[in-house]
Design a binder for this molecule. Structure first.
Ligand code: 6MZ
Length: 434
């Protein structure tokens, strides 16, 4: 393991590692073909990577890039990985082997990784919603692709489920076929729990997907979309995606304050600017924070004005402490009333799927300090910690959690209680009912 998550993991002591291992965790944003262990990919290359069959893709070159630690200049480089991986998972047997290896890596106890002194071997997570884009190949159609993956998922009953991804580059006919399959397989009793919109964030027109996602939602499937993953994703596109009311949002890195104010029913935490741990940044630009401050000042003035204390007692500290508390309470009620109004108008709290290493390595976020997770934690907005693609990002779910707990600047420096709370939020955000 390398990169920021590996460094965070290595910085923790045994007690912290044991704490992280013991937390029930849900992995809700992992792409199958991006999560194949390197040794499995090498096995597949030996079995299926014959150059005569795969003339157009550089399998050996891609594996060498992965082996030496994949360095991305920008997010678009990331998608150049997949032609070689796809050439290796193009038959039902290879796809089954890859799926088995991915599920094994997430759900079965793993031996101590090299270089780590971990007391007990432990599973990365208690539960996974694995996602994949059904591909028709020369050896299988989309339905066979999905039934192959589902067969492996079903060998972890109650612990694994499938999210079917549609790619932004797909034609409408393909999208329609994928959604039809999702609904059919779900109706047949398979653990298909949701639909995801993924793929190169700068390709395609999301408008085309709307009616198909609506159909999926009506059929009882959860919806998640990759949204505002890059600076170049337009505000209009994010607005259109939020208007579908997806249950969860992938990345959400470049959502604007306006998007949040319009669509999210967040209650700004009034004490965050004087947070005891000084961890969560106060965002003075948040419209609700501004409202809180204005309301607080108004109530403080009123309480002091209406005070029956004699003039000389008015400078007394205890009066100010009481007035401060009263003004805070009144301001919180006022803001909450506004948020309830927002909720009544359809504003809501979609869980944000946070992939720390992915964002850092794809360079969409410059540092942990600048990561948008801080905003969501400060505003009591649900998040779930996920790996995205363990293969290129060389991470594990345990290591992503280490990024939360490790001291700054290696990690976010959260307390164990805060990390436990985040893990619980993740478990609650599952599409699959426990
Ligand atoms: C870095 N963040 C990301 N943003 C957008 N899409 C991503 C992604 N990471 C992976 N994928 C999507 O998942 C596919 C691989 O898994 P499956 O073939 O579906 O199993 C990629 O081709 C891409 O479309």
């Amino acid at each position: 393991m390398t990169g920021p998550a590996g460094a965070a993991l290595r910085s923790l002591g045994d007690a912290d590692l044991a704490f992280l291992q013991g937390l029930p965790k849900a992995e809700l944003h992992a792409h199958l073909n991006g999560s194949i262990p390197l040794h499995t990919l090498q096995d597949l290359a030996t079995k299926y990577g014959s150059p005569s069959e795969n003339l157009s893709v550089d399998i050996a070159g891609t594996i060498a890039r992965l082996q030496s630690g994949f360095i991305l200049t920008e997010i678009s480089d990331f998608f150049t990985l997949f032609p070689a991986i796809y050439a290796l998972t193009a038959t039902p047997a290879a796809l089954a082997e890859a799926s088995r290896a991915v599920l094994d890596a997430f759900l079965n106890e793993q031996a101590t990784p090299d270089g780590f002194v971990i007391n007990q071997p432990a599973a990365q997570c208690s539960f996974i919603e694995l996602r994949t884009t059904p591909r028709a190949t020369a050896h299988m159609n989309r339905e066979q692709y999905l039934t192959t993956v589902l067969r492996e998922i079903k060998s972890f009953p109650g612990r694994a489920a499938l999210i079917i991804s549609v790619d932004r580059r797909m034609s409408e006919t393909d999208v329609e076929e994928c959604i039809n399959l999702a609904i059919k397989l779900r109706n047949e009793g398979n653990p298909v729990v949701g639909i995801d919109l993924c793929g190169d964030p700068l390709k395609g027109d999301v408008g085309m997907f709307e009616r198909h996602f609506k159909r999926a939602k009506e059929a009882g499937l959860g919806l998640t979309v990759h949204i505002a993953e890059t600076r170049e994703n337009t505000e209009a596109e994010s607005h259109a995606l939020l208007a579908w009311h997806p249950d969860r949002l992938g990345h959400a890195t470049f959502l604007t304050e306006e998007h949040r104010a319009l669509f999210f029913a967040d209650v700004p935490q009034p004490n965050t600017e004087i947070s005891p741990s000084d961890r969560m940044p106060w965002n003075p630009d948040h419209p609700l924070h501004k409202l809180f401050l204005a309301s607080y000042k108004r109530h403080l003035d009123r309480i002091l004005r209406e005070s029956t204390e004699p003039e000389e007692a008015r400078t007394h500290l205890s009066l100010h402490i009481d007035a401060d508390k009263g003004a805070r309470r009144a301001a919180v009620s006022e803001v909450e009333a506004l948020v309830n109004q927002k909720a009544a108008r359809g504003q809501y709290k979609p869980c944000i799927e946070i992939c720390l290493s992915s964002n850092l390595l794809c360079k969409t976020v410059p540092s942990l300090e600048a990561h948008h997770i801080r905003y969501y934690l400060a505003n009591n907005h649900p998040v779930v910690i996920c790996t995205d693609d363990t293969l290129p990002f060389r991470t594990t779910l345990l290591a992503e959690y280490a990024l939360l707990l490790a001291n700054r600047p290696v990690g976010l420096g959260l307390t164990r209680a805060e990390v436990k709370n985040i893990a619980e939020m993740g478990m609650k955000a599952r599409f699959m009912a426990p």
